[in-house]
Ligand binder design. Structure first.
Ligand code: 13P
Ligand code: SF4
Length: 327
């Protein structure tokens, strides 16, 4: 379709037309579109790469594109900028934050850290650039256990900001890391009661959970892992039905890979049938199109923050390579 009039007025465009324009603009501008698995399915479908936080960070670091369009949340786009400072990084909606990253304000964390002067700081990637500058190494849900285990058993460690992921790693590794009291508002409210009910009604289903879920949910799970690991598990596993304890966007890839299988979403409580991350879902095709067209909003960071925040992320990559977690 030929569209005339105000090019920023996209209200008359269908999803198919928006998708077509985005694909065309990507080519014209040599832009790469990176999308997290919690994005709307129509965004995932036109992305050059869909992945978990680790996969997306690696793609951002190695791309030769002139422009990185990040369909995800702010800390992910910020990580892309830190790893590829010479490339312009844009995010469809700058308000797309993360409750977990927000649960760890830099001033409060600095004061917390001062109470533990002998401790190393391992920080989950779901954190602001400033928190990363105060960290020794970053981890993701895909490598948290291995990153922690790469430290000597007697090392004193602060783990921030997710107490659910930190608690899970403590249980797996037998460590006693000091945990920052932060949670993800989406995962933390997934209902254990609803899961038990679903398990009784679906005895043939396996429960798969993201480690940001609280301990009682994780205790019930047949498999715990990052979004990529959860998708891979449903692909390779021989069960036909899964109860999925994470954000709903992930189901899109699971259904694409295994259309014959059934995926049941865990509700947050009795009244809610879905659990969408309100920040991830701020990105729409219309915002994505305008962002790519106008090349804004842009992620910018002071050079000294980039340099300091890059160190612990590179450390994570180095440990992951040594352990053959990435190549
Ligand atoms: P993953 O790295 O497992 O994709 O997790 C990102 C996230 O925000 C989970 O809430
Ligand atoms: Fe942050 Fe939770 Fe949304 Fe992930 S699902 S981006 S941790 S608020």
């Amino acid at each position: 379709m030929v569209y005339s009039g105000n090019q920023n007025n996209v209200s008359g465009l269908s999803n198919a037309e928006l998708a077509e324009r985005i694909i065309r603009l990507k080519k014209e501008k040599n832009a790469v579109l990176l999308a997290h698995y919690y994005q709307l399915s129509e965004i995932q479908d036109i992305a050059d790469f869909t992945g978990d936080s680790l996969g997306l960070a690696r793609q951002a670091a190695k791309t030769n594109a002139n422009l990185i369009v990040f369909a995800g949340v702010h800390f992910m786009a910020e990580t892309a900028k830190i790893l590829n400072p010479g490339t312009k990084v844009i995010l469809p909606d700058l308000e797309a934050g993360c409750s977990l990253a927000d649960s760890c304000p830099p001033e409060k964390f600095a004061a917390f850290k001062e109470q533990y002067p002998e401790h190393k700081v391992i920080t989950y990637i779901n954190s602001s650039a400033l928190i990363k500058t105060m960290s020794d190494v970053i981890c993701t849900s895909g490598n948290a256990v291995q990153i922690v285990e790469s430290f000597p058993k007697n090392e004193k460690i602060i783990f921030a900001p997710d107490k659910n992921l930190g608690g899970y790693v403590n249980r797996i590794t037998g460590r006693n890391m000091v945990l920052w009291d932060g949670t993800c508002e989406v995962h933390d409210i997934l209902s254990t009661e609803a899961i038990i009910k679903m398990k009784i009604e679906n005895p043939d289903a396996k429960l798969i959970a993201h480690p940001e879920c609280k301990a009682p949910v994780l205790e019930l799970a047949d498999f715990i892992g990052s979004t990529t690991a959860m998708i891979d598990f449903t692909w390779n596993d021989d069960a036909q039905k899964y109860i999925v304890a994470t954000e709903t966007g992930i189901i899109h890839q699971m259904r694409k890979n295994s259309p014959e299988k059934q995926f049941l979403v865990v509700p947050a409580d009795e009244t809610c049938s879905c659990n969408d991350c309100p920040y991830m879902k701020m990105n729409t095709l219309a915002k994505l199109y305008l962002c790519l067209k106008n090349e804004k909003p842009e992620i910018t960071l002071p050079e000294d923050i980039i340099m300091k925040a890059e160190k612990p992320i590179l450390k994570m990559m180095e440990i992951s390579r040594k352990l053959n977690l990435i190549r």
